[in-house]
Design a protein around this ligand. Structure first.
Ligand SMILES: NC(=O)C1=CN([C@@H]2O[C@H](COP(=O)(O)OP(=O)(O)OC[C@H]3O[C@@H](n4cnc5c(N)ncnc54)[C@H](OP(=O)(O)O)[C@@H]3O)[C@@H](O)[C@H]2O)C=CC1
Ligand SMILES: O=C(O)[C@@H]1CCC=N1
Length: 274
C-alpha cells in the first residue's frame, strides 16, 4: 500500500474550491510536503488562498514540469475548457484523478493522451474533517502502483471503495456524494418542524443539530445496524412509533421519497457525463 511520500513527483490540484481545498488540507495534514503540491485555480476562495500561503503551496506555478498526479476538482460544467488548458501540463505517465460528478472515464480519456492513466472518483464533503467516503473506478491504463497512489490520496480524506463497473459511480454520487445534503436537510426540516410545533426557533435548531450529529456518531461508534438503532428508540406504542407511522408510510414516507431523490441525482450525474 502506497503512502503520500511514495508519490514520485508533484501532486497538481486543478480547482481548489470546497472539495479540492478539503482534499489538499487532508494531504498536507498527512505529510505531503508542500513543495510536492501545486494548485491551479485562477480564483481560489480566500480561506483556501490563505491556507496555500500559510503552508507554502505554489499557486498557479508557471513551471515545475509534468506532475506525477493531476487531481481535477473543477465544476463538471467548466471541464471541457479547463481540461483543454491543463492537459498540456501532463505527461503520458501523469496519473489523472477526477472528483468531478458525472464526467466519465471516456470524457477524461479523450482530453488527455491515448493510454493516459485515469481514475474517476466521487468524494463527499465530510472529507473536510477526514470523515468522507469516496467511490472510485480506474481505467485499464492505471498500473497497480498508480492505483495505490490514487487510493492513498483519496484515503487521506476518509474511506475509499473501488468499483469495476463505472455505472455504479453515478449511483454512488446520488447516495454518498450528494448524501450529506440530504442529512443536513433532515436537520433543517426537523428544526423547522420543532419551531412550527412550538419550540423557540433557536432551541429547535440546537436540538436538531445535536440529534442528527449525535445519532450519526452513535451509529459510527456502536457499529450497530441503523435499523436496530431505530428499534432501540422505538417503544411499543410510544411516541417514536407514532412518528414512524408517518415517516415509514410505503407511499409517502422516507423510503419512496429518498428512492426518488437518488434516482433524480443519478440521472443528473449521467446527464453531466459529456
Ligand atoms: N461539493 C461537493 O459536495 C462535491 C463536489 N464534487 C465535485 O467536486 C468538484 C468541485 O466542486 P466544489 O468544490 O463543490 O466546487 P467549487 O466551485 O467550490 O470549486 C471549484 C473551484 O474550481 C475553480 N475554477 C474555476 N475555473 C477554473 C479553472 N479554469 N482552472 C482551475 N480552477 C478553476 C473555481 O473558482 P471560481 O469559484 O472562481 O469559479 C473553484 O475555486 C465538482 O466537479 C463536483 O462535482 C464531488 C463530490 C462532492
Ligand atoms: O451537487 C453536485 O453536483 C456535487 C456532486 C456531489 C455533491 N455535490
Amino acid at each position: 500500500m502506497a503512502t503520500l511520500s511514495d508519490i514520485p513527483g508533484r501532486v497538481m490540484l486543478v480547482g481548489a474550491g470546497k472539495m479540492g481545498g478539503a482534499m489538499l488540507e487532508g494531504w498536507l495534514d498527512l505529510g505531503l510536503e508542500p513543495a510536492k503540491a501545486a494548485v491551479i485555480d485562477p480564483g481560489p476562495p480566500p480561506e483556501v488562498a490563505s491556507m496555500l500561503a500559510a503552508r507554502g503551496v505554489a499557486l498557479n506555478p508557471l513551471n515545475g514540469g509534468p506532475p506525477a498526479v493531476m487531481v481535477l476538482a473543477v465544476k463538471p460544467q467548466v471541464a471541457p475548457d479547463v481540461l483543454a488548458r491543463v492537459a498540456p501540463l501532463a505527461s503520458p505517465d501523469t496519473l489523472i484523478v477526477s472528483v468531478m460528478a458525472g464526467r466519465t472515464l471516456g470524457f477524461l480519456e479523450a482530453a488527455f493522451a491515448p493510454g493516459q492513466p485515469v481514475v474517476r472518483s466521487i468524494p463527499n464533503t465530510p472529507a473536510a474533517i477526514g470523515r468522507g467516503v469516496t467511490v472510485a473506478v480506474a481505467n485499464a491504463a492505471v498500473s497497480e502502483g498508480q492505483a495505490s497512489i490514487a487510493d492513498a490520496l483519496l484515503r487521506a480524506t476518509g474511506g475509499v471503495e473501488w468499483v469495476e463497473d463505472e455505472a455504479l459511480i453515478d449511483v454512488a454520487t446520488a447516495v454518498s456524494g450528494s448524501g450529506p445534503a440530504y442529512v443536513f436537510l433532515l436537520a433543517e426540516a426537523l428544526a423547522a418542524a420543532g419551531a412550527q410545533a412550538g419550540l423557540p426557533p433557536d432551541m429547535a435548531d440546537r436540538l436538531a443539530r445535536a440529534t442528527v450529529s449525535g445519532a450519526g456518531e452513535l451509529m459510527r461508534r456502536s457499529g450497530i445496524d441503523p435499523a436496530q438503532l431505530r428499534r432501540n428508540v422505538t417503544s411499543p406504542n410510544g411516541t417514536t412509533a407514532a412518528a414512524l407511522a408517518v415517516l415509514m408510510d410505503e407511499e409517502r414516507g422516507f423510503g419512496p421519497l429518498l428512492a426518488d431523490a437518488v434516482v433524480a441525482a443519478a440521472r443528473r450525474s449521467r446527464e453531466l457525463a459529456g
